[in-house]
Design a protein around this ligand. Sequence first.
Ligand SMILES: Nc1ncnc2c1ncn2[C@@H]1O[C@H](COP(=O)(O)OP(=O)(O)OP(=O)(O)O)[C@@H](O)[C@H]1O
Length: 358
Amino acid sequence: MSADTPALRLDKVTKRYGATTAARDLVLDVAPGELLTLIGPSGCGKSTTLRLVAGLDRPDEGCVSIAGETVADGRRWQPPEKRRVGLVFQEHALFPHLTVARNVAFGIDRLPRGEQRARVGEMLDLVRLGHLAKRYPHELSGGEQQRVALARALAPRPAVVLLDEPFSSLDETLRAQVRAETVGALRETGTTALFVTHDQTEALSTGDRVVVMRDGVIEQADTPQAVFESPATRFVASFMGDADFLPAHVHDALLTSEIGVVSTVPGWGNVDVDVEVVLRPHEVALAPDPDARAEVVAVEYHGAFVLHTVRLASGSTLRSWQTHAVRYPAGTRVAVSVVPGIRPTLLVGDHAVSEPPR
Ligand SMILES: Nc1ncnc2c1ncn2[C@@H]1O[C@H](COP(=O)(O)OP(=O)(O)OP(=O)(O)O)[C@@H](O)[C@H]1O
């Protein structure tokens, strides 16, 4: 395998269950060592995608390759145990009758004894559980069980590890810790991983790239920054973080809306076009002004920040994060503007546009 062979390639992969198309024309290359998070609403096809890679499901169309080897297409089919894939799935829980060490050794039983023992030790050290090697799963905390599952998945040196909501059963504090440890172990071993989550913050903070799915389709696969700051579609904009949409107009490279000038739009000279502007709460500034026509209609305290919902004269609403100490009570008249320097996303229909539409 050459250095630029993808660890995983999906080429126009489609999977149907009866009338439901659970995955449609998926195209994705994952580079060796890359960590991808997969996110989307319930039923959008995240688990199906992992199952297709793992070999737990067969694609109806398209081709799946792992480390340069075709594992599924119209003719070829490699069963899960032959694929170089590690699984950390809820339903692939630890074997209750095996010790931690035996659980980790499960996928490497073909190795000579000494090598097996060394590898188990190495994996348990990696997840910092060497001292619990002789325990049984029921004698471990939820977080420890997850770490054993990861060690077991990594032991055979898979080309790709698939993690399906691995932390969903853990409480918030433990979740952050086990996530950090898991990512640390994946990074340390340079393992390629595809990681399903339903938590937007987790997707943005954990992945090198975030894959946003909807109705069986990949809407956008991009860096966390690009997904958040330059969403490709209306759906991605509203799914990945809070977003409000305001009718706007570009004329001679100037973007205006009912709150006034929003920004300049370089390269959009000589156009006169209606768009919608995507505004996130951290991009919206407020200043009390008794003569303003916009009014605060709701105030929500979030600790470090206070979320203000503002109704504009047209009836449209915008949300604005204010810092901890700022709280404008409902009924306060406010001048609304966009934080300087923002280049907001523009939509025509449901798609973001970076060039003036013709
Ligand atoms: N074995 C199956 N038979 C029939 N339909 C299925 C099967 N597995 C999944 N589906 C359907 O395929 C679609 C995608 O399901 P999938 O489990 O991949 O979604 P998901 O994004 O993982 O959802 P969730 O976040 O709820 O786990 C859904 O409409 C689901 O009902």
